[in-house]
Design a protein around this ligand. Structure first.
Ligand code: AP5
Length: 193
């Protein structure tokens, strides 16, 4: 299996780049943000609980997202590999993911970390909020709260994987095609897929 984490702050282009990467490498896309928004749309108990955190720009509790990812891995036993987008977002989530993958005789091959500066992130998300209607994109205070959560709780995940020599930083500014080629080059240089 080839398992990849696409890492980076809110608005860095993880969702955008995931589309091309899953197609090129035949991976299953697991976005915890998308899974949570589906739960909200279906008005499940989990979705209602998650919405109260998401609307404030806060992370949903670890147990909730770890449970969702465990179910998604079990639901795809024949997968060639997974692209994790927006997960793991805490060191506890990273440790849980490693355990889940070890249980399947697999591991994370690489963490590709997109780098984009803060004001560009805010501008991109405010702009997306105009058309997508995503409730956590329409208010600049909520966007900035997400960026603070990222710095405090998610940025340390890169340090966790760097300890295993798995993190590669990629510039997340430029055209979508240029960034996709940079990401692909990193995968192919290591003959990972
Ligand atoms: P989630 O859905 O994961 O959102 P996010 O991390 O905030 O990331 P985004 O989807 O906002 O950004 P992205 O990096 O995918 O960028 P995109 O490609 O869309 O999470 C939402 C919430 O759910 C969290 O706040 C939290 O509450 C909860 N949650 C989710 N996972 C969780 C977890 N594991 N643990 C706990 N809570 C969790 O691009 C952004 C915009 O920029 C788009 O408009 C795009 O068109 C544009 N764009 C992309 N690339 C470029 C480019 N190269 N140049 C110019 N514009 C670009």
């Amino acid at each position: 299996m080839f398992n990849l984490i696409l890492f980076g702050p809110p608005g860095s282009g993880k969702g955008t780049q995931s589309e091309n990467l899953i197609e090129k490498y035949g991976l299953i896309h697991l976005s915890t943000g998308d899974l949570l928004r589906k739960e909200i749309a279906n008005q499940t108990k989990l979705g209602l609980e998650a919405k109260s955190f998401m609307d404030k720009g806060q992370l949903v509790p670890d147990a909730v997202v770890i449970g969702m990812i465990g179910s998604a891995l079990d639901a795809n036993p024949q997968a060639k590999g997974f692209l994790f987008d927006g997960f793991p977002r805490t060191v506890a989530q990273a440790e849980a993911l490693d355990s889940l993958l070890i249980g399947k005789g697999s591991e994370i091959a690489i963490v590709l970390a997109l780098e984009v500066d803060r004001e560009e992130l805010v501008a991109r998300l405010l702009n997306r909020g105009k058309s997508s209607g995503r409730s956590d994109d329409t208010n600049e205070d909520v966007i900035r709260a997400r960026l603070v959560e990222y710095e405090n709780k998610t940025a340390p995940v890169a340090g966790y994987y760097a300890g295993f020599g798995k993190v590669v930083y990629v510039k997340g500014v430029g055209t979508i095609e240029e960034i996709f080629h940079s990401l692909s080059r990193q995968i192919e240089a290591r003959q990972l897929a």
